[in-house]
Design a protein around this ligand. Structure first.
Ligand code: FAD
Length: 442
């Protein structure tokens, strides 16, 4: 190891290299600790060193060096993934993309960026010409665009545009291979799926072309309800209301609102709530819908006000889990496609307090459906598996957040196209080893 370490630091002498152990430890980990299962499996994993290239030419240099010394290479954006996506299971080099943060161009409807561009800072620029990202995770302020493509899947905006994997949500990619002589490959249209959500196992993305959405002034609102099932029905009705333009529909069963410490003033005890982003021009129609479902608006910020403080976004998606775990670290979570409100209702009654329901509505195959990031009171791994099994046996789809293996999470099946692409671009299996089941099973 010392010999390899010396060779690598020598080869990277013109690059920013991080070797200080506490920094390397920090840059080797992500938010895997939301899962007690992953916590035990991954907490001790460390890279040998971290390298921060600033240009594509430097990325090629890193790729070539890793092949030369047969050292594993794991790519890291902001390191906010939840399944250890960027944790180097076999050590080696972590390639940190955060210094590759140039926006190449933004035009109406589309933009071209380097992978390390942060999503919120991109949107600030895009809004200057009336456009914004189609979808973004609740880690929007810190997450990189490359990291979202590599390891993310949905977020605010998914109520309009569905999932990242849906055709049209990613236009083109430029990737570097890990061959003896690294190549640059451009992928457009359906070909982007070769690398989309591949956890950085088959090529280093150095440039992305992404589609944009028209930017509306998004008001942020909280609506409270006496009971959860009415809140859930309201969420479905709002999602189905094509005349009300929205960006986020997030529903929380009591006692989840009690975990949102900073919002307590707007969240009375015992009430379930909806956290929403609605186009300012549609607030009159929105109020009528709230009235129909006997909700009460307790928080209403204009888009301008909302852009100044902490966005309501940072209480939704997996930020809900973050806030809940800061109060009770025994809590963990699941990711579920309920597909229908009937299934939500059944699970709500069946699991009672053990599984607290948090819904995010998103478009699936063109239709708005309830998806869940339920909070689970963790007891044992066996019980967690039983809970997952019960959901699956009753028609819900679980994207398991308690595994670092790509296919065992959301996809379930091996993707022959991604495997074939890996065989071509990473013939030595150096990229993020251990994460792609298809490669392990070959
Ligand atoms: P990283 O975690 O650094 O990387 C993610 C994966 O992408 C890794 O496998 C990495 O190897 C790969 N990768 C990174 N850059 C490249 C590249 N240039 N080329 C090839 N592969 C690359 N996710 C959602 O989808 N929706 C949410 O709403 C959401 N909410 C979250 C809330 C919290 C509190 C937390 C902790 C996480 C949440 N996540 C969510 C997960 C995560 O924040 C997002 O997916 C985020 O977009 C990841 O970006 P990142 O820059 O942190 O990527």
């Amino acid at each position: 190891i010392t010999q390899i370490w010396d060779s690598l630091t020598d080869e990277f002498s013109n690059l920013e290299v991080i070797t200080e152990p506490s920094q390397v430890a920090k840059l080797s980990l992500d938010y895997f600790h939301f899962s007690p299962i992953l916590e035990a499996q991954l907490k001790d994993k460390r890279a040998l060193l971290v390298v921060r290239p600033t240009t594509e030419a430097e990325v090629i240099q890193v790729a070539k060096t890793c092949v030369k010394y047969q050292v594993p290479l794991t790519i890291r954006g902001a390191g906010t993934g939840n399944y250890g996506q960027c944790i180097p299971l076999e050590g080696g080099v972590v390639l940190d993309t955060t210094k590759m943060n140039q926006i190449r161009w933004i035009k109406p409807g589309t933009a071209c960026v380097e992978p390390g561009v942060k999503m919120a800072s991109f949107d600030k620029k895009a809004r200057e010409i009336g456009w914004e990202l189609r979808m973004a995770p609740s880690t929007y302020r810190t997450a990189t665009i490359g990291g979202f493509i590599g390891g993310g899947s949905v977020g605010m905006g998914s109520i309009n545009y569905g999932q990242l994997r849906d055709r049209g949500n990613l236009n083109a990619l430029r990737v570097i291979t890990l061959e003896d002589d690294p190549q640059v490959i451009e992928l457009r249209g359906d070909d982007v799926q070769k690398v989309n959500h591949a956890y950085g196992t088959n090529g280093i993305i150095t440039e992305l072309e992404i589609p944009l959405a028209p930017a509306y002034p998004w008001a942020e609102l909280i609506v409270i309800f006496d009971d959860f099932l009415t809140a859930a029905k309201f969420g479905q009705a709002l999602s189905d209301s094509d005349g009300i333009v929205k960006k986020m529909v997030s529903i929380h069963a009591w006692p989840i609102p009690s975990y949102f410490t900073a919002l307590q003033h707007y969240l009375p005890s015992g009430k379930s709530c909806a956290l929403l982003m609605i186009c300012e021009y549609d607030l009159e129609a929105f109020s009528d819908l709230v009235h129909e479902y006997k909700g009460e608006i307790t928080y209403n910020k204009t888009a301008t006000e909302a852009s100044k403080g902490t966005s309501i976004l940072e209480f939704t998606w997996n930020h809900t889990t973050l806030h809940a775990r800061s109060v009770d670290s025994n809590l963990t979570y699941l990711q579920t496609f309920y597909f229908s409100l009937e299934r939500v209702e059944q699970m709500y009654h069946y699991f009672a307090d053990e599984v607290m329901i948090h819904l995010e509505f998103l478009k699936f195959g063109g239709k708005p459906i309830p998806a869940g990031l339920q909070l689970v009171r963790f007891t044992t791994e066996e019980r967690l598996k039983e809970i997952i099994r019960y959901h699956e046996e009753h028609g819900a789809g679980i994207a398991n957040p308690h595994t670092y293996i790509m296919e065992d999470g959301g996809r379930k099946v091996i993707d022959p196209i991604q495997l074939a692409f890996k065989q071509k671009v990473d013939p030595n299996g150096l990229m993020n080893p251990g994460k792609m089941r298809a490669w392990l099973k070959r």
